[in-house]
Design a protein. Structure first.
Length: 158
């Protein structure tokens, strides 16, 4: 069905099944940006969330961590994984990333990792990644291999 024929409340912009079958929902995000750039989403099987679709709004929000929180609700997990157990994955996700941390923790972690992302360090990583990739393809020469196998091997090496 065409995204323009659906009510905004029925647009699917997050489910893995939709991304798997249809790819990235460019048309749906474009419509939200045009018609309701700060949209309250209530997708079935997920907790409701705000979809902020315009750059200026995202920039403004990201500069106000005292008003807009990144921790906890930044990760969209299906309802089945939320609460009900010993660990609430909403507030204690299994993997913490800078993008879902608020100050002062964000600042402390960023200070810790930023030296690894200077132009000099990234160049060193680029050289090593090229070596790993070349070795991997040499090992696979003559084999029939799926993209997922290649992706998995690179992920383990890096």
């Amino acid at each position: 069905m065409n995204v323009n024929d659906l009510p905004l409340s029925e647009l699917d912009v997050i489910t893995a099944s939709m991304y798997g079958s249809d790819g990235y929902p460019h048309e749906a995000w474009t419509r939200l940006r045009r018609e309701d750039p700060v949209h309250w989403c209530e997708p079935k099987g997920y907790m409701p969330f705000w979809a902020i679709t315009k750059h200026d709004d995202i920039t403004s929000i990201s500069k106000q961590p005292d008003v807009f929180r990144s921790e906890g609700r930044f990760i969209l997990l299906p309802d089945a994984t939320m609460g009900g157990g010993e660990v609430d994955l909403q507030e204690n996700p299994p993997l913490r990333m800078l993008v879902n941390m608020d100050p002062p923790v964000h600042r402390d972690y960023r200070k810790l990792v930023s030296p690894w992302f200077t132009p000099r360090m990234v160049k060193r990583l680029e050289i090593r990644l090229e070596e790993i990739t070349a070795e991997m393809f040499d090992d696979l020469e003559g084999e029939k291999s799926s993209a997922s196998r290649v992706r998995t091997r690179i992920s383990y090496c890096v």
